[in-house]
Design a protein around this ligand. Sequence first.
Ligand code: UDP
Length: 333
Amino acid sequence: EGMTILVTGGAGYIGSHTVRALLRAGHEVAVFDNLSSGHAAALPHGVRLFQADLLNPDAIMQALAETQAEAIIHFAARIEVGESMREPLGYYRNNVLGSLNLLQAMQDTGRRIPLVFSSTAAVYGTTDAVPIPESAPLRPESVYGETKLMTEQMIRAAHAAHGQPYTVLRYFNVCGAAPEADIGEAHASQTHLIELACMTALGKRAKMMVFGDDYPTPDGTCLRDYIHVQDLADAHVLALGALLSGRFDAATYNVGLGQGFSVREVLDTVDQVVGVRLPREVAGRRPGDPPRLVADAARIREELGFAPQFPELRQMVETAWAWHRTHPNGFEF
Ligand code: UDP
């Protein structure tokens, strides 16, 4: 039987894929999103949208009261590392104060509402750990990573003080799109490798820049742990199920596959999928890029039984390309 899950940021890239995964699993879903970067068109028909801001506590309380939400998945946040360094106060206000308002409103219901929180590998910063376990030191190097860590800490304190049930998921490099190719990544400012390569294949950009080929890695380019967005969405459903069943009431998981692909391997795969050799140029290193970021992903596999359906880089690129090819302007038409 259905339970209503309230998803903040449910109109965004990862949020909209998770809304779909929740519906497939038989949950009822409502979305709380200010549409600052999300798209109403990414929501399935019949999903109620509260178009409102987490900086407005009354709007949160109203959504909780009207939905009687049995659990919350909290995605809503600004997510750009570079922008967070230029506009730090806006990031602290939106991400930290917004999350604080949410936690306060949840507490004020007088009910114990389980929370799944969208965190990031950026909380680790540069680390020598290869792969990175959840117990690695937390030393974010960007304001963005700092806001996610601060939110994790508020959630853990609320757990310690009054039993707030939670699961924190720390994502590695999310990519790909729903196999139906009707939702996908559509950010105003594109910075992600696979998305940029698809834009280049569409002729919207002249060439691909490889940010550094002199790293201490097998082919000299950076290694990242790519995970398909639908697998990530399914990880949220698993985490939610464990919380709702009472199996866990406080857990933190890396969500990655535990394997690293290099920039060169990714671009070679894009070339194969689109059937063209994209022009590439080796540029200098991008400031702040660690040579390798790979998850130790054993905990989520063992404790939640997480088993990715799209583990191949080729599947990730194929689904991303199917979305971008059919929606060259994202949701804007
Ligand atoms: N990258 C690149 N060219 C680009 C965009 C990204 O070489 O146009 C590299 C980037 O330096 C990093 C990897 O691709 O090593 C993944 O970057 P992305 O921005 O997709 O994700 P991040 O790891 O920064 O979260």
